[in-house]
Write a protein that binds this ligand. Structure first.
Ligand SMILES: O=P(O)(O)OC[C@H]1O[C@H](OP(=O)(O)OP(=O)(O)O)[C@H](O)[C@@H]1O
Ligand SMILES: O=c1[nH]c(=O)c2nc[nH]c2[nH]1
Ligand SMILES: [Mg+2]
Length: 159
C-alpha cells in the first residue's frame, strides 16, 4: 500500500506552530528552547518569536534518509540545556518516537513539544497540536514544491 500523504503548506505550518506557542506560553516561563534539527528548526524559530525567547540550543539526531528509517545517530549534543529542567524541546513531528526517546534520555526534565504527532509517538510528547494516522506521511513545505497536475478527466483516460 502506498502511504497516504498529508501536505502542509508554509501558511499552515506557521498557523499550527503559533497554536503550539499559545499552548506553551501557559506552561512557561522557559529558560530556552532546544530545537531538534533539522525538522524542528522552523517550528522552534516561530515558537521562540512568539514566546520572546532568545536562548536557542540544538540537538542533531539523524534517523531517516527520506522515507527510510535507520538507527538514530546523535550528531550534536544539547550541551547548554543540562538535564533539560526549564527547557522546551521542539520538533516538527513525532512518528515512531525513536528520535524523541533518544532526546528524552539526554534531557529527562525537559518539556517535549511537537507540531504534529502520530499515534505510536504520541505518548512520548507532552504537548502537540495535530494528530495524523500512523500510515500517513507528512509532506513539509521545505520538502515539496508546487507543480502542474493533469485535469481529472485526462488522468482518467490514461488509466
Ligand atoms: O518519531 P520518529 O520515527 O523518530 O520520526 C520523527 C523524526 O523524523 C524526522 O527527522 P529526520 O530523522 O528525518 O531528520 P531531519 O529532521 O533532519 O529531516 C522528523 O523531523 C522527526 O525528528
Ligand atoms: O517529512 C517527514 N514526514 C513524516 O511523516 C515523517 N515521519 C518520520 N520522519 C518524517 N519526515
Ligand atoms: Mg527531525
Amino acid at each position: 500500500m502506498p502511504p497516504r500523504y498529508y501536505t502542509v503548506s508554509w501558511d499552515q505550518l506557521h498557523r499550527d506552530s503559533k497554536a503550539l506557542a499559545w499552548r506553551l506560553i501557559e506552561r512557561g516561563p522557559w529558560t530556552g528552547i532546544v530545537a531538534i534539527t533539522r525538522g524542528g528548526l522552523i517550528p522552534a524559530a516561530i515558537v521562540a518569536r512568539e514566546l520572546d525567547c532568545r536562548l536557542i540550543e540544538s540537538v542533531s539526531i539523524v534517523t531517516y534518509d527520506e522515507e527510510k528509517r535507520g538507527e538514530p545517530v546523535v550528531a550534536k549534543h544539547p550541551l547548554a540545556a543540562g538535564d533539560g529542567a526549564g527547557w522546551l524541546v521542539l520538533d516538527d513531528l513525532v512518528d515512531t518516537g525513536t528520535t524523541a526517546k533518544v532526546v528524552r534520555a539526554m534531557l529527562p526534565k525537559a518539556h517535549f513539544a511537537t507540531v504534529y504527532a502520530k499515534p505510536a509517538g504520541k505518548p512520548l510528547v507532552d504537548t502537540f497540536i495535530t494528530e495524523v494516522s500512523q500510515d500517513t506521511w507528512i509532506l513539509f513545505p521545505w520538502d515539496t514544491e508546487a507543480q502542474f497536475i493533469a485535469p481529472i478527466a485526462k488522468s482518467m483516460i490514461q488509466k
